[in-house]
Design a binder for this molecule. Structure first.
Ligand code: TYM
Length: 357
């Protein structure tokens, strides 16, 4: 199988712990997921996917396209199908190597939903109601017509992670609370039924964990933002990237520097630094006395250049549909073997009678 990938990335600080490891000695395991709800953006890449790639050097990794999470918000059928394959392609194009890592679609491994059901029996309504993403998605008004799936979303996410006994979970800042809930559920289950799950640690990059919207630096960059000028999609054309960065809001003054009084520049300098692999001080020195226009023009080129190899691989993958399907078929087989072992243990611990042979 040909390998796509090899994106050069600086490795990020890692905080994985193997505190409650019961497995034979081997590399610690990573699990992470991304929703197939449209083109991924720079926030997804800098907050999470960059780490997906880097962690392959030190961990056994499982990366999942979480289609069952995506349907907690209604998705047009054809779009969901297209976005599911495209999201898998984005993992591969960013440098996830399917020979080293397992790449799966969540709905292909039925144990995710089975474990979610069992975890539902230990999760509390109160803790789910306190999840900030749930509050954001329901506008703080939890009414009769909020779906149970949206409410239960974090329990399915916990099942994703615990199913593979993952040690570490690379995510952006916005998913930290969900990983904390996962830890609580793992500990609660272990206390009630006996040691079963590994309690996972989040891996959140020191820089880029919360990339802000280009049109509003007080809110995170998001696919569901009202305007396409909020985000740079990883698949945006060079002209779209230039247009969006030109239109990005800036702060009062002219100085190119981060600071509490400059939320927009803080965000833009962070993006520049991460994509160019440069420290903020180098960028500040370079644009001293130059102003925003020069800085933004260069940031656009830095972004176009950083995304060019990724976009070239996306085109190759789009032309070779069989490759992605092979990756997903093999991924599901390998993942299911791990998942089945965990579920056997869970059934035993809970007291479910094994199906007679
Ligand atoms: P999702 O699909 O919204 O986002 C995928 C990853 O991108 C990160 N991210 C960001 N990072 C920095 N700045 C931003 N503006 C930004 N926006 C998004 C997210 O933190 C995430 O890491 N619930 C998850 C998917 C999920 C999952 C899992 C993750 C399902 N099961 C198990 C880890 C483990 C989500 O909606 O991510």
């Amino acid at each position: 199988m040909a390998a796509y990938g090899g994106h050069e990335l600086d490795s990020c600080a890692m905080t994985a712990s193997r505190d409650n490891e019961e497995r034979p000695a081997r590399r610690p395991r990573v699990f992470s997921g991304t929703q197939p709800t449209g083109a991924l953006h720079l926030g997804n890449y800098l907050g999470a996917m960059r780490n997906y790639v880097a962690l392959q050097e030190t961990h056994d990794c499982i990366y999942c396209v979480v289609d069952l999470h995506a349907i907690t918000i209604r998705q047009p059928r054809a779009e969901l199908k297209r976005n599911t394959i495209e999201t898998a392609n984005m993992f591969l194009a960013a440098g996830v190597d399917p020979e080293r890592s397992i790449v799966i679609v969540q709905s292909h491994v039925p144990q995710h939903t089975e474990l979610a059901w069992i975890l539902n029996t230990v999760a509390y309504m109160g803790e789910l109601r306190r999840m900030t993403q749930f509050k954001d998605k329901t506008g703080g008004v939890e009414g009769e017509s909020v779906s149970v799936g949206l409410f239960d979303y974090p329990v399915l996410m916990a099942a994703d992670i615990l199913l593979y006994r993952a040690d570490a979970v690379p995510v952006g800042e916005d998913q930290k609370q969900h990983v904390e809930l996962t830890r609580d559920l793992a500990e609660r289950f272990n206390n009630a039924f006996g040691k079963t799950f590994v309690v996972p640690a989040p891996i959140i990059p020191p820089e880029g964990a919360r990339i802000m919207g280009l049109d509003d630096p007080t809110k995170k960059m998001s696919k569901s933002a009202g305007s396409a000028y909020n985000y740079i999609a990883l698949t945006d054309s060079p002209d779209e990237i230039r247009r969006k960065i030109k239109r990005a809001v800036t702060d009062s003054g002219t100085e190119v520097r981060p600071g509490d009084d400059k939320p927009a520049l803080t965000n833009l300098v962070a993006i520049y630094g991460l994509l160019a692999g440069e420290a903020a001080e180098t960028i500040i020195d370079r644009y001293a006395g130059k102003g925003y226009a020069d800085f933004k023009a260069d940031l656009a080129e830095v972004t176009v250049d950083a995304l060019a190899p990724f976009q070239a691989r996306m085109r190759e993958l789009a032309d070779d549909k069989g490759f992605t399907l092979d990756v997903l078929r093999l991924g599901a087989e390998r993942a299911e073997a791990i998942a089945a072992r965990t579920m056997q243990k869970v059934h035993e611990r809970v007291g479910l009678v094994p199906r007679p042979d």
